[in-house]
Structure formats: C-alpha cells, structure tokens
Write a protein that binds this ligand. Structure first.
Ligand code: SF4
Length: 403
C-alpha cells in the first residue's frame, strides 16, 4: 500500500499546514515557543537567538510539543524506517579522535580489515531482506580509491538492487589524498563503481576549536561541508550528523545547526539529520559533559525546529536505544534506524541496543507511539505503509537454567 505523504520533503506546504494546526497548551502557554511558531509560519525559520533560547528554555514540554507540531505538519502520523545492514570495512585508522572507541592501530590484536570476499559474505545471508548496506570504517593507511571502487563494483555485481551508503567525509578526504585526486574526481569514481550516497558521520560539532579538542587532525568544519556540497553537486545525496555531549557549548550546537542549514540552502542534498550523544566507554575524553536523556530529546526537538530545510530527523536507536528513540518519535523525529543487524561503532563505546530487531518489531515500536510505520528506500522516494505480520514487540528472552 502506498503511503499518502510522500515526496522527499513530506508536505511541501507544511508551513501552511502548521499555521492551521491546533496549538497544544505547552506551546500556547510559552511565549518563546509561540514566537518560534510564528517565525516558522511567517519568516520560514527561527533565528540563532531563538535556537539558543530553545536550548536554555526551562520548559522541555513546550520545545518537544512545538517540534512534534512541525513533524506532524510535514509527515502527519508517518514514521519512516528501512531494512538495512551495517558492515564496517576496517577499524584500523591513522587518526585517533579522542571520542572514538572504535579505531585501532594496525598492530593491535583486535585490528581488522575485511577483504572483498569477507565483505560480501557479511551481506549475503541478509541480501534478500535488506535494500541498503551502510558502510563506514577507519582511515586505513594503505587503502586508496581503487580499493573501494573494487569493493563497490563487486557489491553491485552480486547485489545490484542494494543501495550502497558508504564513506564519511573524512574517509573521502583520506582516499582523495591517498590517490592524489580531487574530491570531485574521487566521488565520481566511487559513484561510477556503485556508491549511491554518503552517510553523515564525522560532522561532530562544526566549530573548529571544538574539533581541535575532540578530533584533532580530522577534516575541518568547512571541509566537511565542502565534501558534502561536492557530493550534492554531482547528484549524490548525503546525510548529516551531530555528535553532542562532549565539550561543546549551547552556542556551538546552534552554530552547528546553522552551518548545516546554510549549506542546505546552497547545495540542497542533505536528506536526513542524525543527532547523537557521545558514548564514553573506552574513549579518551574525560572532560566530556555527557548528555542526559532530556538533553538528548531536546537536541532532537530543537533540530526539528531549526532545520526547516532538511527533510528528515532520525532517532538513531543504535546510539540512544529503543526506549529513548520511541520517545523521540513524539518529539520531532520522523525517521528511525532500520533493522541494522550489525553495529560496532556505538556498541564498542557503550551502546546496548539490540541488534536482532526485525522489521515487525521495529514497526511495533513505531506503532506503540501512536504513529504509522512506513518502510522507505534509501533515497526516500519509495514508501510503503508497513503491514506487520506480528504486531507484538515481545521478545523471547534468554533464561538462565536454575542450579
Ligand atoms: S572517528 Fe573515524 S577518523 Fe576518528 S579515530 Fe575513529 S575511525 Fe578514525
């Protein structure tokens, strides 16, 4: 069954729809929320100052209620997910970002680098039930663009219908340097080999003095944006992210959102924004402030209010868990991680999100929020209301045998 609200951006006249919605009490009783609602309807967007005040506003409920209004004006009751698989190519990395628990040096006993057969072997068992493979990894000291072209060509050759979403901006930069190619030529070669879109990882906070403290040596804020702009320019869609709860201020978070919003005004290729908090296990960032549950929800809500030109906001359950994700779906997020199947980066840093969630269970999680689960493809161009064969979210829990 085709879902009813379905261009990439949802309702194109969402501001008009917003202007006609019943304003819930938490919004109508809060002057700041009302001023933001007015700005969205009349001016199209909220200002930097309003964004900062939304973060400082003591009323969380007014912020989440406003974000939920915006989400509903765009997508009604629909919540999107896809059926995908994460495969990481290597954890060997020439950098050592302080927030990263995933990377290993090349001689570390747990270091690995998949060859093409191993990579395809990860996809093969699930190839009939997924339509996307999501692949990121470390900056391998020896791999160049040809290595990834061979990998993507082999993947498309065996699985022509699986969308390849792979390589963060810093990986693209690394490959272009290793191969002495421009970023544009690097992306074009990868695209010709089968790369369909870029994930958003690596944005962290797009403020360079923060990046210097948490990920020295990574691409600069401007380089991150430029690489995504080049991808957009050759017709390759991308996502964007924000890692919060390290050492950034509220002003830094708002600056991050505004830089993404301005980039989107210019290149218009971001499909989805994925905010997630820092997870501290096995990292080297003792000065991180860490984010509370209410802060995580607030970031998602403020993102929905501020990023008027980025279509989708994702509840990244691999990081924030299923429980907080379900709450986020009523606070501005319209998209939730897919089936995923395998995930290392967040789990090595402390995530305990289960990796065996089926489409039925995911749909049941969405339905439990009063929303309609809608299965989507990677480009948000094909949608289907998910008809679950098992509407229960129950699991069979492992039992310990009595002594
Ligand atoms: S975040 Fe990426 S670039 Fe930084 S150390 Fe980890 S794997 Fe390497």
């Amino acid at each position: 069954m085709a879902a009813d609200i379905m261009p990439l951006s949802g309702n194109l006249d969402w501001r008009e729809k917003l202007s006609k919605m019943t304003v819930p009490l938490p919004v109508s009783s809060d002057p700041l929320a009302m001023s933001c609602l007015k700005s969205l309807i009349e001016n199209g967007r909220v200002s930097r100052e309003q964004g900062i005040r939304l973060f400082e506003n003591p009323s969380l409920s007014s912020v989440t209620s406003l974000a939920n209004m915006v989400k509903k004006s765009r997508y009604g009751n629909n919540i999107f997910f896809n059926e995908n698989l994460h495969v990481n190519t290597t954890n060997i990395c020439v950098l050592a970002c302080r927030f990263c628990a995933f990377r290993k040096g090349p001689r570390h006993p747990d270091a690995y680098a998949l060859d093409i057969d191993e990579y395809l072997g990860r996809i093969r068992p699930l190839s009939s039930s997924i339509d996307e493979v999501h692949t990121v990894g470390g900056l391998h000291p020896n791999w160049d663009v040809e290595d990834y072209c061979r990998l993507f060509s082999a993947t498309k050759s065996e699985f022509p219908d699986i969308h390849i979403k792979a390589l963060t901006a810093v990986e693209i930069k690394h490959l272009s340097k290793r191969s002495s190619l421009s970023v544009e030529n690097t992306l074009s070669m990868l695209s010709d080999a089968g790369l369909d879109s870029l994930p958003g990882g690596g944005a962290e906070i797009l403020v360079d003095h923060v990046r210097d403290r948490i990920c020295m040596g990574k691409e600069s804020s401007q380089e991150y944006l430029d690489i995504h702009a080049i991808a957009h320019n050759i017709g390759m869609p991308t996502n964007c992210t924000m890692l919060f709860g390290t050492v950034e201020t509220i002003e830094d978070r708002v600056e991050h959102l505004i830089r993404l919003r301005e980039q989107q005004d210019f290149s218009n290729g971001f499909q989805c924004f994925v905010p997630y908090p820092f997870l501290p296990d096995k990292t080297r960032l003792p000065d991180a402030q860490l984010a509370t549950g209410s802060e995580i929800i607030r970031v998602i809500s403020v993102s929905r209010i501020m990023l008027d030109n980025i279509p989708h906001i994702k509840a990244y359950r691999m990081n924030i868990g299923d429980k907080l994700s379900s709450l986020a779906l009523t606070c501005g997020a319209d998209d939730i991680d897919g089936t995923v199947g395998h995930e290392e980066i967040m789990h090595v840093a402390g995530s305990s999100t289960r990796l065996d969630t089926s489409s039925d269970q995911l749909a049941a999680l969405v339905s439990s929020t009063g929303s309609t689960p809608v299965k989507r493809n990677s480009n948000y161009s094909i949608f289907e209301i998910y008809a679950s064969s098992n509407p229960s979210f129950s699991r069979v829990l492992p039992q310990i045998a009595p002594n």
